[in-house]
Design a protein. Structure first.
Length: 293
């Protein structure tokens, strides 16, 4: 079952009629509502969206973990296998997870129709917490936020493509070693996990090759797709958008609370109910690419 989970964007007031269009092939399904709840101007989060050319990659896990080999699984977790070919159209994705400041501006916008995360204790985040990723936000409210910026949640395939940074057959966004060794022999983490004190400000660690921060650790991230244990066995090559229906939504990337490093790999799949707001789950938005690279 899903682990408990948490996230945010900046100056609001959307230019009337702002819609980041794109080819129909690049638009995901999964029940997202494309209409923005209120006019607004693009936030700093939208302006920091990374355009990606798309293309073809191998999605899923290529290696076996010890737990797979000795059968120590409470339930089948072959959901990130088989490895399969995926081809994506160009898209763009936020460099950072949405922050508290970003989300506070959205909450304050007329007609936004969302409540602030309950842990704020009011309409604005606690002092000094603006750059933390927003969390305790449901999938539905994350969809509303992204739509108000002319965007959407990334599909699961888009999320993994972006997290990999254009590099094949790696475990983490930066490579295959979870820690880095300094010249004096000290091992340092490359992502925020295994903590009891909550997330860190976005961008506290180095980005991946595409310029995305915190795609491992900090907070799990909502994706557009419904979860299905066996979806990879039937996933189409072109622009997969997940099952048509489901009970849970896919979340990716691991969080500040997770002590098991494999949860922060680029291929590990997790899920939770879309109407739950959790302290380890946040999100970042995606959209069509204005230009590619």
């Amino acid at each position: 079952m899903a682990r408990p989970l948490l996230r945010v964007a900046a100056a609001w007031g959307l230019v009337a009629g702002l819609v980041l269009g794109g080819s129909s092939a690049a638009q995901p399904t999964g029940g997202q509502t494309p209409t923005a709840p209120a006019p607004a101007t693009p936030s700093t989060a939208a302006s920091a969206r990374i355009p990606l050319a798309g293309g073809e990659f191998w999605m899923g896990r290529t290696r076996l973990w010890l737990m797979d080999e000795i059968g120590w699984q409470v339930r089948e977790r072959a959901d990130d296998r088989p490895v399969h070919r995926v081809r994506l159209a160009a898209f763009a994705i936020d460099a950072h997870e949405v922050t508290n400041d970003d989300y506070a501006a959205f909450v304050a916008a007329p007609g936004a129709g969302v409540e602030p995360p309950y842990h704020w204790g009011g309409r604005t985040p606690p002092a000094g917490k603006g750059r933390l990723p927003v969390y305790n936000v449901t999938w539905h409210d994350a969809v509303k936020y992204c739509a108000a910026l002319g965007g959407r949640l990334p599909t699961e395939a888009e999320w993994e493509y972006a997290a990999r940074g254009g590099v094949a057959d790696l475990d983490y966004p930066w490579g295959n070693d979870y820690t880095d060794t300094t010249p004096d022999g000290t091992a340092t983490k490359r992502a925020h996990s295994g903590s009891s004190t909550g997330p860190r400000p976005v961008g506290s660690f180095a980005p991946n090759a595409f310029g995305l921060y915190d795609v491992s650790g900090n907070v799990w991230e909502w994706t557009a797709d419904w979860y299905d244990l066996h979806y990879y066995a039937e996933s189409p090559v072109e622009q997969p958008t997940g099952p048509a229906t489901g009970r849970y939504k896919v979340i990716r990337g691991g969080s500040w609370a997770d002590t098991e490093t494999r949860l922060g790999t680029v291929y590990f799949r997790n899920f939770t109910a879309p109407d739950t707001a959790q302290p380890t789950v946040g999100f970042r938005c995606a959209g069509p690419a204005p230009s590619t690279r």
